[in-house]
Design a protein around this ligand. Structure first.
Ligand code: BDP
Length: 718
């Protein structure tokens, strides 16, 4: 009897608890549309009484569906919808050419193709809110902005907002294989369920499109840069077409990776030489066939002659000759080629930092108009910190697009909390001192080579089949931030973090401040416990999980961490001055001078450009060795601070997401300590210096850390 009573009581308690606050698992991302508090509702309601929109157009329908979803969530009910203005509180979602807007002098001229305005206005004596663009997609973007105003409690009675993207191509790169394995993916399988397409379209594809459209992302490359030609076969194009149809109303184009050897792999040709007429004809026919199915197909992303991928160099042709061949096939359909500059060659003894520049810079001006050269933010490989890539600013006649890595291959996978907004702002605001198209990296990519020329930004996606999309709650912020920077490369990481925090965790000011504080320091913490003071690529082999600063046995020199740290009895760091590899000469003279001198190089890049003695006096007055140890510890300490911050939010945010973040921070702390201890153990075996006072020795000896292997770490190249 007592047992029965207890069971009933505990069932009641569980039920009660589950209903305390909304159970959330992160699926809704930043589009949660939680019920508004009654004060906000009362303020907003008279200004939002019904909806006016031409719903027969698919993109406008997507926009009004979203508004209705938002209203239902925030106000508890949907709005009545009409085609003409009904009275005060009409919300118009429309295009510049709408008869409803006749006679209003609205600034459509400055909105471009995809921009929008949100304006409080009077039409036929009624107070209304206009959300409109020159295209339907502009209106859709405006709707997401309007919903954000409501979600974050902004006033909406006197709106006069205009906004337009600064880049044309804002695209995710999915490194997704056709078997649904995601290279460098830490969030489950690929979203693309190729086997069930085209007949079954997972409803999740729509939510993916909504999330992207809410940020203005207007393209998605569905397949891995380490490409398979099969995706170009008709049976796959039918599947790609199905995805394109889902995404189209949301303004999202699909792109594919093109394997350069496709004419050999699936075309039955004997060569893939880009100057061979049969090869050119094969690509042209293949491209025509794709456009016959998908008239707004975006084009190709290509990784060529890099890490084993085939390319034009196999036929002694240049990257420009390879890219132009594909560009010629795509041009009649207005498609583009995004040709990656991430190249380095096994046989090439040149500092890896220099190789992409050496190969691409001389090709400036040799690419067709519909080719963009896609350049990673740094010259090595998405490291926790890199100086900006020397190609930025150095190819004034070529559209260069930025490639960021959203998935955290080198920053602790999905389990470490690391907000990448600060890293991207740092890269984008770097001054190249090459003013041809604006001096900062951001201005360089924003400014078209000539009016109307292509511009763009790509982000290697962190999205997978996990319920929370990104593998962790906080990694959603990196998807969000990428979209915001692609829209405006001059945006600020702190503003973006604040917006994301409010949308994702609610508007309570103390909660928002805490979340933003955690985010803003988080990337620097990873730099500190993994690769402080300009060290780079100290990750273990292949999967890049955990520390491996001692690794020296890989076939190619530049795959070994020792190649990058150059730790030796005389000191540590990679000399890239004129006395060393002279990579600095690839930058503008002011940059080379600044980073080339020990007096002016920032501590954060010291060991990237200089080899310095262990006892070198830092600006702090401490020795380099002491400073290094202090940085490792600062990184670990920051994780502890984040844990304390997060503990303070218990009960202030929903329990399920809170608990997951708490547990992931525990993983992060354990791994940060592993990184710190293993790195110090190794470098101390060379520096032979004692640890500075108050800093604990590693928990184990070096052999212990060397013996750790993690062969099943996720995300490896398959
Ligand atoms: C490296 C990754 C590898 C990618 C490569 C690339 O380890 O998986 O294929 O970049 O960008 O960071 O092509």
């Amino acid at each position: 009897m007592l047992r029965k009573l207890l069971a009933i009581l505990s069932a009641f308690l569980c039920f009660g608890l589950a209903n305390q606050g909304h159970a959330e698992d992160g699926y809704d991302l930043w589009l949660r549309y939680q019920p508004l508090e009654s004060g906000a509702k009362a303020r907003y309601q008279p200004l939002i009484t019904h909806l006016v929109a031409p719903n027969s157009r698919p993109t406008i329908r997507a926009a009004t569906d979203e508004l209705q979803r938002g209203f239902k969530g925030m106000f508890g009910h949907a709005l009545v919808q009409r085609e003409t203005v009904m009275g005060n509180g009409s919300v118009l979602v429309t295009r510049a050419d709408s008869p409803n807007l006749k006679g209003l002098d609205l600034p459509f001229a400055k909105l471009g193709e995809e921009g929008y305005l949100i304006r409080s206005a009077t039409i036929a004596g009624h107070r209304v809110t206009i959300i409109a663009g020159n295209s339907d997609v502009g209106a859709l973007y405006g709707v997401f902005r309007f919903l954000k105003l409501l979600q974050t409690g902004q006033p909406i009675d006197n709106l006069d907002i205009t906004d337009a993207p600064k880049l044309k191509i804002r695209v995710l790169n999915h490194w997704d294989n056709l078997d649904r394995y995601v290279e460098r993916g830490y969030a489950g399988q690929s979203l693309w369920d190729w086997q069930k397409l085209p007949l079954y379209k997972d409803p999740r594809y729509i939510d993916y499109a909504r999330a992207n459209a809410s940020l203005g992302i207007n393209g998605t490359v569905l397949t891995n840069v380490n490409a398979k030609a099969d995706v170009l076969q008709p049976e796959y194009i039918a599947k790609v077409k199905a995805l394109a149809e889902v995404f189209r109303p949301y303004g999202i184009k699909v792109y594919l990776t093109a394997r350069f050897s496709a004419p050999l792999d699936i075309g039955g040709l004997k060569t893939a030489d880009p100057l061979d007429p049969a090869v050119r004809a094969w690509w042209k026919a293949r491209v025509d066939a794709i456009y016959a199915e998908i008239p707004d197909f975006g084009g190709f992303l290509v990784k060529a002659n890099s890490e084993g991928q085939p390319g034009p160099a196999d036929y002694h042709r240049t990257h420009a000759e390879g890219a132009n061949m594909l560009a010629d096939a795509l041009a009649p359909h207005h498609g583009v080629v995004m040709w990656r500059a991430f190249v380095y060659a096994a046989e090439n003894a040149e500092d890896r930092h220099k190789q992409a520049y050496s190969e691409f810079q001389p090709l400036d001006g040799k690419f067709r108009d519909n080719v963009l050269v896609q350049v990673k933010n740094g010259a090595i490989d998405f490291q926790p910190r890199e100086p900006f890539h020397p190609l930025f600013g150095a190819m004034p006649k070529t559209p260069l697009m930025m490639e960021f890595q959203i998935t955290k291959e080198y920053l602790g996978f999905a389990t470490h909390l690391a907000y990448l907004g600060t890293m991207w702002e740092e890269a984008l605001q770097s001054d190249t001192f090459r003013p041809a198209r604006g001096s900062t990296v951001a201005k360089g990519i924003e400014t078209p080579v000539e009016p109307g020329a292509a511009t763009g930004m790509a982000g290697v996606a962190n999205i997978g089949s996990d319920r929370n999309w990104s593998g962790s709650q906080f990694d959603q912020a990196n998807w969000y931030a990428f979209g915001r920077f692609a829209w405006d490369p001059d945006a600020r990481a702190a503003d973006i973090a604040r917006d994301w925090a409010r949308l994702t965790w609610g508007n309570d000011p103390a909660t928002v401040d805490t979340v933003v504080r955690m985010m803003m320091g988080s990337r620097e913490a990873v730099v500190d416990y993994m690769t402080p003071l300009g060290l780079t690529h100290q990750m273990a082999t292949g999967h890049h999980y955990g520390p491996g600063p001692w690794i020296a046995d890989l076939q190619r020199p530049e795959w070994n961490p020792v190649y990058y740290n150059k730790a030796a009895p005389d000191g540590i760091g990679f000399d890239r001055t004129a006395k060393g590899s002279d990579a600095l000469s690839q930058y503008a003279p002011q940059v080379a001078e600044n980073w080339g001198s020990l007096a002016t190089v920032p501590d954060a890049l010291l060991l990237w450009f200089h080899h310095v003695p262990w006892d070198y006096r830092m600006k702090s007055g401490r020795t380099l060795w002491d400073e290094l140890v202090i940085h490792y510890d600062a990184g670990v300490d920051h994780v502890r601070t984040m844990q304390a911050d997060w503990a303070g939010l218990r009960g202030k945010v929903d329990a399920e997401r809170w608990a997951q973040v708490r547990d992931f921070l525990s993983i992060q702390l354990e791994e940060a300590i592993w990184w710190r201890d293993a790195s110090i153990a190794y470098f101390q075996s060379i520096s032979k210096r004692p640890l500075p006072e108050g800093h604990k020795p590693p928990a184990h000896d070096l052999e212990y850390y060397k013996a750790i292997t993690t062969p099943y770490a996720p995300g490896q190249v398959h």
